[in-house]
Design a protein around this ligand. Structure first.
Ligand SMILES: *[C@@H]1O[C@H](CO)[C@@H](O)[C@H](O)[C@H]1NC(C)=O
Ligand SMILES: *[C@@H]1O[C@H](CO)[C@@H](O)[C@H](O)[C@H]1NC(C)=O
Ligand SMILES: *[C@@H]1O[C@H](CO)[C@@H](O)[C@H](O)[C@H]1NC(C)=O
Ligand SMILES: *[C@@H]1O[C@H](CO)[C@@H](O)[C@H](O)[C@H]1NC(C)=O
Ligand SMILES: *[C@@H]1O[C@H](CO)[C@@H](O)[C@H](O)[C@H]1NC(C)=O
Ligand SMILES: *[C@@H]1O[C@H](CO)[C@@H](O)[C@H](O)[C@H]1NC(C)=O
Length: 259
């Protein structure tokens, strides 16, 4: 009586397991290597970012009035390269006496603004390399190049007219890097090479660099493969579970026959 009951129970288990297995195999797409979904492009609204940080209102107003903001936003939105922008604070503009930006034509102003951007995303760590490849072309084009030097972790920028440094990182996540600089970057291509000798009145030492210090915040690269492999591994485990159940049930059945 009892052995019969056990046999029925084991048969039930075998049937259930195999139907469960059938269900699993009936949905093979979960095993098929699904292509990793293209990572959604992170949209960084430069206008918004610059209007809340800083204060960078002067620079932002120039970007908006010349529409250079669209060029930069387009570079951020639609290129693999990304963009790096050096942004002077309002005080850097107000303390800029000579040369003045007042006499610039609209085109010169545009060039001056594009001179503050590089057509590539650079994390702070990458500036070490940039110092070796200086001069580096800005988005204003060939004649408008910037020299970088890495002074034990502090990035210095020189244009001939301007010697300044990156005083803090405002945003640094591929594809957009925005760094605060202490001075407006003045290109020789606009102001000429007739640079006054090392300015006696030190340019704006009153800009207290209370900067929180450049912080490298490299975006952790998301790896879409980690989820994929995780999924297939767990599937492998669960299907192994079914097989072992079956094997147990079958061997249980055999054991019964020998009882
Ligand atoms: C970007 O931000 C600005 C300021 O907040 C806003 O006026 C503008 O509509 C935003 N642009 C987009 C495309 O969301
Ligand atoms: C950048 O992308 C945002 C969001 O997709 C869009 O609203 C905006 O118009 C784009 N701007 C440019 C200049 O491509
Ligand atoms: C503007 O240009 C005029 C003529 O070229 C010059 O006399 C004047 O000094 C300039 N102003 C400034 C602020 O540079
Ligand atoms: C610097 O350049 C070298 C070779 O040009 C490259 O292998 C290295 O990855 C670069 N480092 C950074 C931080 O970009
Ligand atoms: C930039 O670097 C190049 C090459 O090292 C040098 O010839 C040039 O004078 C530098 N320009 C400035 C403005 O420092
Ligand atoms: C894995 O996928 C889940 C949703 O399916 C998601 O929430 C999670 O962020 C993903 N993790 C990784 C490392 O991609």
């Amino acid at each position: 009586m009892a052995p019969k009951f056990v046999f029925i129970a084991i048969t039930m288990v075998v049937l259930l397991s195999s139907s469960a297995f059938a269900q699993k195999t009936a949905s093979p797409p979960s095993l098929a290597p699904t292509p990793a979904p293209a990572p959604a492009p992170d949209y960084v609204n430069l206008t918004e970012l610059l209007s809340v940080a800083g204060p960078f209102h002067t620079f932002l107003d120039y970007l908006l009035s010349t529409k250079v903001i669209d060029t930069l936003q387009n570079q951020a939105n639609n290129t693999e390269e990304g963009v790096t922008i050096f942004v002077p604070k309002d005080k850097a503009f107000s303390s800029l006496k000579s040369p003045s930006l007042k006499n610039l034509t609209n085109d010169q102003l545009k060039q001056l603004l594009l001179f503050h951007a590089l057509p590539h995303y650079y994390s702070l760590a990458e500036f070490t390399n940039l110092s070796q490849s200086s001069p580096v072309n800005s988005m204003a084009g060939g004649q408008y190049s910037l020299n970088f030097t890495d002074n034990s972790g502090t990035v210095h920028i020189s244009t001939g007219w301007t010697r300044t440094k990156v005083s803090s990182s405002v945003h640094s996540t591929d594809p957009v890097a925005i760094y605060q600089v202490d001075n407006v970057l003045l290109p020789e291509a606009i102001f000429g090479t007739d640079i006054p000798p090392t300015p006696a009145p030190a340019p704006a030492p009153d800009i207290a660099p209370v900067a929180d210090g450049p912080t490298s915040e490299d975006a952790g690269a998301k790896s879409p493969t980690s989820n994929l492999s995780g999924k297939s591994a767990s599937f492998r485990i669960s299907s192994w579970g079914i097989w072992s159940q079956l094997a147990l049930a079958v061997s249980g059945g055999f054991a019964l026959m020998f009882l």
